[in-house]
Design a protein around this ligand. Structure first.
Ligand SMILES: Cc1cc2nc3c(=O)[nH]c(=O)nc-3n(C[C@H](O)[C@H](O)[C@H](O)COP(=O)(O)OP(=O)(O)OC[C@H]3O[C@@H](n4cnc5c(N)ncnc54)[C@H](O)[C@@H]3O)c2cc1C
Length: 379
C-alpha cells in the first residue's frame, strides 16, 4: 500500500495533521512510537492556554484566529468540550514583554484587550498581591484547552475520516525516492508514501540538527496544588501570566478546575536530551521556587502539592516554530519546535501541513516560521 501522506508522531500536532489530511480524502497513515494516550511527549498536563493578543509576535494572530474557529469545529464534529473561554490576566511592569507585546498585537489586529492599573487589578482580584509598579492586561478571549482530550479528539476525527493509525510503531528512518519516500519502521517493515510529515515533538532535535539548526530540549515542570481557599476556583479566577522582576522566569497558571491550582515557570529548566529527561520530581529544586513565587502573588493558592510532572519544551534558536518544506525534499514537511506555546495552534498547523503535503503550498502566511530565517544572510 502506498499512502498519499504519512505523518510520523501523533502528539498535539501530528494528531491534528492526520485529521486534516484524512478529511481532505487523502489516504493517510499515522505512525506513533508510543502507546495511544501516552504522557511522555509535550502534550500532556490537563490544560494549555489559548489567547489572541500574542505578545511573542503579532504575525501569529491570523493563525490564532483560524485556530479558534478550528477548535470549535472539532468540538462540533466530535461532541467533546475542548476549549473553555475564561479570560486571561497578564501582569508585569510597564515594559514587560507580555504587556507591550500583547498591546502591540491587540493594536495591530484590533483585538479586545483591557488595560488595568495596579489599584484596578487589586479591586478586581483582592486576593492577589500586586506590586505598585505592576500593571495588567486582561484578554476576554483568553481560554484553556484540554490537551489530552484534544489529541484524542483529533485522532478520533482522523479515524472517522479513514486514516490508518499505528501505535507503538516507531519510524527508524526515511529515504527519499523519485516519487516519494520509503519509511523504515523499527520492526524492519517499510511503508511507501508520496509525502511525509515529521511532527516529532522533542524527538525533532536530530532532524533539525541535520539541517544545521540547533534545538534545545528543556525540562519544564508543571505542578498542581491544593489551595487553602476557594478564591482561585475556575469561574472565579482566570488563567494568568506574571512577568515579575526577581522571578527566575515568567510564572503562569490556571485556576482550580477540580485538579487543583496549576502553576509553572515558562521556559525555565535544565537543558537536556529527551532520552535523558529526568522524570523524577525533586521537591526542593522543582517545586519550592514555584511555591515561593505563588505565595508572593496568589497567597494560599499553593498550600500543598498534589502532583507535578516534567514536560519538555523543544526550543529553536529564536523560540519560534518551524513549519516548512524540507529544502531538498519538497514533499517532506517539518513541523516542530513548538516550545512552550505551540499547543493552541494544533488545528491550524493541521490545516497548514495538509496544505503543504497535499498541495505544496499553504493558504496561510507562514514565512516567519520558515527554515530560511536561520540561514545566514546572502545564503
Ligand atoms: C509544560 C508545558 C506547558 C505548555 N503550555 C502551553 C500553553 O499553555 N499553551 C500552548 O499553546 N502551548 C503550551 N505548551 C506547548 C505545547 O504543549 C507543545 O509545544 C506541543 O504540545 C508540542 O506538540 P508536538 O506534537 O510537537 O509534540 P508531542 O506532543 O510531544 O508529539 C510528538 C510525538 O512524536 C512521537 N515520535 C517521536 N519520534 C517518533 C518516531 N521516530 N516514530 C514515531 N513517533 C515518534 C512521540 O512519541 C510523540 O507522541 C506547553 C508545553 C509544555 C511542555
Amino acid at each position: 500500500m502506498r499512502y498519499d501522506v504519512t505523518i510520523v508522531g501523533l502528539g498535539g500536532m501530528g494528531s491534528a495533521i492526520l485529521a486534516h489530511c484524512a478529511r481532505r480524502g487523502a489516504s493517510v497513515l499515522g505512525l506513533e512510537q508510543l502507546a495511544r494516550g501516552h504522557d511522555l511527549g509535550s502534550s500532556h498536563g490537563k490544560s494549555r492556554m489559548i489567547r489572541k493578543a500574542y505578545f511573542e509576535n503579532p504575525s501569529y494572530v491570523p493563525l490564532l484566529l483560524r485556530a479558534y474557529d478550528l477548535w470549535r469545529e472539532l468540538e462540533q464534529r466530535t461532541g467533546e468540550e475542548l476549549l473553555r473561554i475564561t479570560g486571561l490576566l497578564m501582569v508585569g511592569h510597564e515594559a514587560a514583554e507580555v504587556i507591550t507585546g500583547a498591546r502591540q498585537a491587540a493594536r495591530e489586529h484590533n483585538l479586545p484587550l483591557e488595560s488595568l492599573t495596579a489599584p484596578q487589578i487589586r479591586a478586581r482580584y483582592p486576593m492577589l498581591r500586586i506590586q505598585d509598579d505592576e500593571i495588567g492586561v486582561y484578554e476576554p478571549d483568553g481560554g484553556v484547552l484540554d490537551p489530552e482530550k484534544s489529541v484524542a479528539a483529533h485522532l478520533h476525527d482522523a479515524s472517522a475520516a479513514g486514516a490508518e493509525l499505528r501505535f507503538e510503531t516507531p519510524m527508524e528512518n526515511w529515504k527519499a525516492t523519485d516519487d516519494g519516500f520509503v519509511i523504515r519502521l523499527a520492526d524492519g517493515a517499510t511503508v511507501e508514501s508520496r509525502a511525509l510529515v515529521l511532527s516529532l515533538g522533542p524527538w525533532f532535535k536530530q532532524a533539525l540538527g541535520k539541517l544545521g539548526i540547533e534545538t534545545h530540549i528543556q525540562r519544564n515542570i508543571q505542578a498542581w496544588f491544593a489551595p487553602a481557599t476557594n478564591e482561585y476556583a475556575g469561574g472565579r479566577f482566570p488563567p494568568f501570566l506574571l512577568d515579575r522582576q526577581g522571578l527566575p522566569a515568567p510564572l503562569y497558571g490556571f485556576p482550580d478546575f477540580g485538579d487543583g491550582v496549576k502553576a509553572a515557570f515558562h521556559a525555565h529548566g535544565d537543558l537536556t536530551e529527551i532520552a535523558q529527561l529526568e522524570r523524577e520530581i525533586d521537591p526542593e529544586r522543582d517545586i519550592a521556587p514555584i511555591v515561593r513565587a505563588m505565595e508572593e502573588w496568589m497567597p494560599g493558592a499553593a498550600r500543598s502539592l498534589r502532583a507535578a510532572r516534567p514536560c519538555p519544551y523543544t526550543l529553536t534558536p529564536d523560540h519560534h516554530f518551524v513549519v516548512d518544506r524540507h529544502p531538498e525534499h519538497p514533499r517532506l514537511i517539518l513541523c516542530g519546535g513548538f516550545s512552550g506555546h505551540g499547543f493552541k495552534f494544533a488545528p491550524v498547523m493541521g490545516e497548514i501541513c495538509a496544505d503543504l503535503a497535499l498541495a505544496g503550498d499553504s493558504r496561510h502566511e507562514i514565512g516567519f516560521l520558515s527554515l530560511r530565517r536561520f540561514r545566514a544572510s546572502g545564503d
